[in-house]
Write a protein that binds this ligand. Structure first.
Ligand code: SAH
Ligand code: SF4
Length: 362
């Protein structure tokens, strides 16, 4: 007997047909659509004979074992901690808006990129998630949104891990979400720390998903410190790859910028960012740095965030201050640590937090 898949969503259509050997083709389609379009559990496939349902339930396991749920007091943001078959732990976050909902999914258990300000980076890398483990996070969120009377409309690959460091499985998940769960490409957003070959590969794909690049610094000296992968893929190469993506896809590019008090929120930072973003017609999302246990530097206070935004707008850059959801339950950007996860710490890029480089202060 073949080994059980980690997740029922690791099985493709042919795999399902093999599993349902002897069943007519329409039955395979029925089960496939039930699992994907209706987000159904095998037991809920009431149009399928009961004996087959039980067989499917045994052969198609769930990858995500629910450990805990954390909810904001207002109930609009919910974070789930999942345990995988090998004991690894990951998190996903569901954000509810009046008529729709967005899920933020993890793509790796941990992350090897070593950004010091990020709780996932602080914990180190464990392993890549399988396609099914990624898709299943969306299915579980879709069911939860539906139970609350909302439609899951958007998926952002902004949870734990670097999506482009797990390219093949992530892209297979994107295709499944688009082709089988019915998400349009413009409702799918990949966030990357700036893996240049991955961005170039994305430019060659048929589906025009949204691309968000976590920039945080627009000069190589500071970015080398904040985002160590910049030493491998410096800003000029990153801009070239972004240009190629834009030319191929015509999708809006966004830059994420976590404002760190006294580090990347100075006048000079706004000027450098504007000079970098303008030719790419990129939209900038500002977010004050969220607190994490391993990074003592704090986020820019609200007045500084406003001033930075105004400066960027004056310099001709489209800028939004991102609503920070779930800070109180450690569910906001950069706070996903899957407490108790098995992970090997990576060497810190620098032993101390980055000091503000010399330069004019506001
Ligand atoms: N690895 C990918 C996606 C996951 S991180 C990436 O880096 O883009 C999701 C987002 O959270 C990124 O924009 C990342 O830079 C940001 N982030 C990480 N730590 C943060 C923190 N402490 N406060 C605010 N944003 C943070
Ligand atoms: Fe990894 Fe993104 Fe965190 Fe950097 S910010 S350590 S790339 S998850």
């Amino acid at each position: 007997m073949p080994a059980l898949p980690a997740s029922r969503y690791d099985v493709d259509r042919d795999g399902l047909a093999a599993l349902l050997d002897g069943e007519p083709r329409y039955r395979v389609d029925q089960v496939w659509r039930g699992l994907h379009e209706r987000l159904a559990e095998p037991e809920e496939l009431t149009d399928v004979p009961k004996a087959l349902r039980s067989r499917l339930a045994a052969a198609l396991p769930c990858a995500l074992r629910h450990v805990t749920t954390s909810r904001t007091p207002a109930g609009d943001t919910e974070k789930w901690l999942w345990e995988l078959h090998d004991g690894r732990r990951i998190e996903s976050v569901l954000m509810r808006y009046p008529n729709r909902a967005t899920v933020c999914v993890s793509t790796q258990a941990g992350c090897a990129m070593g950004c010091g300000f990020c709780a996932t980076g602080q914990a180190g890398f464990d392993r890549n998630l399988s396609t099914g483990e990624i898709v299943e996070q969306v299915v579980r969120a879709g069911r939860a949104a539906r139970a609350g009377g909302r439609r899951l409309s958007n998926v952002v690959f902004m949870g734990m891990g670097e999506p482009l460091a797990n390219y093949d499985r992530v892209w297979a998940a994107v295709r499944r979400l688009h082709g089988d769960l019915g998400f349009s490409a413009r409702h799918l957003t990949l966030s990357t720390v700036g893996i240049v070959p991955g961005i170039r590969r994305l430019a060659g794909e048929a589906l025009p998903v949204n691309l968000a690049v976590s920039l945080h610094a627009a000069d190589d000296g500071l970015r080398d410190e904040l985002v160590p992968v910049n030493r491998r893929y410096p800003l000029a190469d990153l801009a070239d790859a972004c240009r190629a993506y834009l030319a191929a896809k015509g999708r809006r590019l966004s830059f994420e910028w976590a404002l760190i008090d006294g580090v990347n929120d100075r006048e000079i930072d706004a000027e450098r960012l504007a000079a970098y973003a303008r030719p790419l017609r990129a939209h900038v999302n500002l977010i004050p740095l969220n607190p994490t246990p391993g990074w003592p530097t704090t986020g820019t206070p609200p007045a500084g965030v406003r001033a930075f935004r105004e400066r960027l707008v004056a310099l001709g850059v489209n800028t939004t201050v991102r609503q920070n959801r779930g800070t109180d339950i450690d569910a906001a950007c950069g706070q996903l640590a899957a407490a108790g996860a098995v992970a090997t710490p990576v060497a810190a890029p620098s032993a101390t937090p980055v000091a503000a480089p010399a330069g004019p202060r506001r």
